[in-house]
Write a protein that binds this ligand. Sequence first.
Ligand SMILES: C[S@@+](CC[C@H](N)C(=O)[O-])C[C@H]1O[C@@H](n2cnc3c(N)ncnc32)[C@H](O)[C@@H]1O
Length: 451
Amino acid sequence: MKSFPAASLISKYDTAAPRYTSYPTVPYWEATFPDAASWIEKVRSSAQLAPEISLYIHLPFCEQLCTYCGCNKHITKNHGVESPYIQAVLKEWELYRAQLPEKVTLKELHLGGGTPTFFHPDSLRFLLTTILETVEVPEDADYGFEAHPWSATREHLATLSELGFRRISIGVQDFDEHLMEVVNRRQTIQSVVDCTNLARELGYTSVNFDLIYGLPFQTPEHIQKDIEWVKELRPDRIAYYSYAHVPWLKKSQNAYSEEDLPSGEDKRRLYEVGEEGLRELGYLDIGMDHFALPKDGLAKAYQAGTLHRNFMGYTTSKTRLMIGLGASAISDTWDGFMQNEKTVQGYLEQLQAGKLPLLRGHFLTEEDRRLRSHILRLMTQYQTGWTETTPEIADALVRLEQLEADGLVCIEPQRVAVTSAGQPFLRTVCLAFDARYWRTLPAGQLFSKVV
Ligand SMILES: C[S@@+](CC[C@H](N)C(=O)[O-])C[C@H]1O[C@@H](n2cnc3c(N)ncnc32)[C@H](O)[C@@H]1O
């Protein structure tokens, strides 16, 4: 039986911290921009070391603005945007492909958004067949996409299934139709049910639901209803996200006031109701905010200690090179990060000029790489170890003293493990290893709260 944190711990540790899909986190990337030539060199050498790669394609358009949304998106009802955007993504891929070895295996492919199912299935087919013709597709390819239940049609699911997609991530957020209206999201329960059934019928082997706790006006009763629907539809995975409230970055979140949002203990209660319900239904807690049925690959990787985490979140594939295509997409060579131009306009202009649309990047130092490995292990295994107590480890241990006294971590001579009481504060534990954060404490608000 899992213990839940006392109110005093919540008020003490409910501070702002990154979600650690990377280390260093994006606000701490060097201000100096790595030049395109050295970035290309990093991509090339990374692919030479390990020619099995991952691709993330950001498809930013949405027809309607969900006010809670923290993602990079472009709202439009004009589908004339599809073709120029796809041409630009293909141009970007061509620029990267020219730098890669002749034989490249595409192990992992993820379409994220925005709303990938904004695009007509024929547009997606054209984009993907053009890319897939230039790579090897392995037997155990891991291809998935984000589906908005309102816009995902049978034709979308069938087209992507034909192209080798076996994972679908359905954006549910909450089953309550009234709550969805409050956040300006067009969605019905029936649309989620239909999308789930269709995915199963068409042979998708891993169905994920994105759920959010902490939405405006959400109560434990809403979460209980969500759990009932999970029992009925039995998705293989669940991303149970803590609502990230960052109105200084996402103006649409000002649509509701702080009083409308469950916070502190109330928000934690929402998590607990969901966690308890999922556990009773047989789901395993595989990492921060993520659950999976024991038969799902993510749960198996967690149990085998091989789980990985990158900009796409938790994944079973650990490739060295991940190329991000599309506006705002981030690439990772393991020793370097690069983010693309964030606006669709800026992205298109760079590619029309025949240039990679690079916005900002960071090349990792030796210390960054060591700390990245520790944070990655904490995020995927709730523990990390070392053979030599380097200065950054010594600093982290000092920062962890209070957490140890509160029973959130267990410190051994060459290892730190997060206790079950500490699991809700995993981001705070990782923060202790975030040397760049402590060297330059943020001047303003950067991150959402831990709880
Ligand atoms: C990149 S979004 C795309 C989803 C897709 N457009 C849809 O609406 O179904 C992926 C997921 O991020 C999560 N998300 C978006 N904004 C969030 C926020 N402010 N806090 C927590 N999770 C958020 C949602 O669960 C969403 O399904």
